[in-house]
Ligand binder design. Structure first.
Ligand code: ATP
Ligand code: MG
Ligand code: MG
Ligand code: MG
Length: 566
């Protein structure tokens, strides 16, 4: 984009009503403009960032098997009467009447509308599981809209809703969303943390919030000081009051209690490591010593007598072993384990129970490391070394380390709803036995517009925003210092065209402005990289690349520059 033809109304001064840095910088960088309290226009630059966040979120939702839909923003009051939330939701729900005097509201969330949709469509267990999501404008009449995009009244949310035939299915759907959230926030490039949360007004069984860590965050989260423990919760859930002005209190870490979460290593990875075909795999048991996998038990089907033991430590020898032999070798598994900071997903006493779960890890009494690990087809485990034993003698474990406090911005929230909404609205299906059952639901929100602001809260300096490259309005900016020197302008324009052809989302500052103005704007807007070409550079065949984050400047040869860039 040639900035001479673009619209970036940057401001020199902070707007008087802006309290937090993201609000100031979004306004000053010409990304948003206020319409009225908590309601904003997105200008071209702001919309670009917003769309980039949405695109990443969309990709991760699709990858996790959720299907995109678009629901209306205006919702009939009748549906909200059915769940009782018409009365319960309070003043954040903006209610309006149509010309016939019927009640409507502007959607602050879409449980009612989606449950109404699904109850009309899904009749059989064969149609489940189903996960539908949308990326859409929400309206909440917040009591104190403030901080620009951080707490708007109108804002963009991704909301997903899962429907399952039973609890186990619902937990799996929850796990998939949990993982998709981790991937999306990691890809965006934010420092974040999932924390246990209360399910609050939405209701339901359990929930986690995802917080972007930033000193300016409105929320405080309680985090165990023992890194290995991994416990983190919001204050309501942790039932701890943060002492004013202190970042550590005397409270002890209450518990290790979370759901199993997958991670980097897929079953395919494990199979590759083990040299077995993933197609044939139902369950794999991986035996480890000091965290290093040494042997695996591979089952071709769910019959336990079809057990093959592959001894990796001894090269490629394949031994056959019965379940009894394996038990003898490993000892009876009496301990239960899960990734550090996460709840044991299933308790097991013998291998039989493994077949009904996605993953399971076990160890012997007294062990401090996982001795075996069993993975289902879609299961992923973060890091084998992170698996820690929780022994039977300590079945409701307490960590006991000191709790620390840190500030966060809630950018995502996942809830396991259970059948609260499906019962209230009679969203039922026929199970395998022809029996009518309520669907088991989950709901999952991401604050798409809040992410744009929180990325700035986390990454900025005195000169402006420092966008992560993934969601920066432009990936880089070519800056011509040519002025009246057409040779420089021409060369800069040529480079810009080449970069665009390479698929790089580049801006080209070809405006007739002083260098100082161009540099200040580029820093303010926070392009991850500035490529600066001046008369001297052209003469010496050199272009300067400045990394916005580190401030580091390097001179690169113009010759073959774009090739090197790819
Ligand atoms: P908060 O505690 O900040 O009020 P919430 O818990 O009410 O948020 P949820 O109902 O969990 O919000 O909605 C899902 C996500 O939508 C939140 O995690 C947050 O990222 C985003 N969100 C909620 N309210 C706002 C708002 N007023 N402005 C921008 N984003 C919001
Ligand atoms: Mg709220
Ligand atoms: Mg909240
Ligand atoms: Mg929430």
């Amino acid at each position: 984009m040639r900035l001479s033809r673009y619209y970036i109304p940057t401001l020199k001064e902070d707007p008087s009503d802006a309290e937090v840095v993201s609000h100031k910088l979004l306004m000053r960088a010409g990304m948003i403009r206020k319409v009225t309290s908590g309601i904003y226009n997105y200008l071209p630059l702001g919309l670009k960032s917003l769309n980039k966040v949405a695109a990443i979120v969309r990709e991760e939702m699709n990858r996790a098997g959720a299907l995109e839909v678009l629901m209306p923003m205006v919702q009939p009051g009748d549906l909200w009467q059915e769940t009782g939330r018409w009365d319960y939701y309070g003043k954040e729900l903006l209610r309006v009447k149509d010309r016939h005097g019927r009640d409507y509201c502007l959607g602050p969330t879409h449980e009612e509308v989606i449950t109404d949709l699904v109850r009309g469509e899904v009749k059989s267990y064969k149609q489940l599981p189903l996960n539908l999501y949308q990326i859409q404008t929400k309206f909440r009449d917040e009591i104190r809209p403030r901080f620009g995009l951080m707490r708007g009244r109108e804002f963009v949310m991704k909301d997903a809703y899962s429907f399952d035939k039973d609890e186990a299915g619902a937990e799996k759907s929850y796990g998939l969303m949990f993982e998709a959230y981790k991937k999306a926030f990691s890809r965006i490039g934010l420092k974040f943390r999932p924390v246990q949360a209360d399910s609050g007004a939405i209701g339901g069984d359990f929930s986690h919030e995802f917080h972007v860590l930033a000193d300016t965050g409105e929320d405080t989260i309680a985090v165990c000081s023992d890194e290995k423990c991994g416990y983190a919760a919001n204050l309501e859930k942790a039932k701890i009051a943060a002492p004013a002005g202190e970042d550590v209190c005397n409270a002890e870490c209450p518990a290790i209690e979370e759901v199993a979460t997958p991670g980097k290593h897929t079953v395919e990875d494990v199979c590759k490591f083990l040299g077995i075909s993933a197609d044939k795999l139902v369950k794999t048991m991986l035996f480890t010593v000091d965290g290093e996998p040494v042997a695996a038990l591979v089952r071709g089907d769910r019959e336990l007598n079809d057990v093959k033991l592959r001894n990796l430590a001894g090269g490629n020898e394949i031994e056959m072993a019965t379940e009894e032999q394996v038990k003898e070798w490993t000892g009876a598994p009496v301990g239960f384990a899960g990734p550090v900071g996460l709840k044991v997903e299933r308790i097991f006493a013998d291998h039989e129970l493994c077949s009904s779960t996605d993953w399971i890890a076990g160890a012997n009494k007294g062990d401090t490391h996982i001795q075996h690990l069993s993975l289902g087809r879609d299961c992923k485990i973060e890091k084998f070394a992170d698996l820690r034993v929780i022994t039977e003698s300590d079945p409701c474990p307490e960590c006991g380390a000191k709790i620390e406090f840190t500030k966060g911005i809630e950018v995502g929230h996942v809830f396991k709803l259970g059948s609260k909404y499906s019962k209230a609205m009679e969203a039922v299906f026929l199970d395998e036995n022809g029996k009518t059952q309520p669907m088991v639901m989950g709901c999952y929100g991401i604050g798409v517009s809040r992410i744009v602001a929180s990325a700035i809260e986390q990454n900025n300096d005195d000169n402006g925003a420092i966008f992560p490259p993934t969601i920066a309005p432009f990936e880089l900016c070519v800056i011509s210092l040519g002025g009246k020197d057409e040779a420089v302008n021409e060369k800069a324009g040529e480079l810009y065209n080449q970069l665009m052809e390479m698929g790089i989302d580049a801006a080209y500052d070809d405006r007739k402005e002083r260098p100082g103005v161009k540099f200040a704007d580029a820093d303010l807007i926070g392009y991850p990289m500035q490529l600066v070409l001046g008369g001297k550079g052209l003469k010496n065949g050199i272009i300067e690349a400045k990394n916005r984050k580190t401030g580091e400047k390097v001179e690169l040869p113009l010759e073959g520059f774009t090739e090197a860039f790819s």
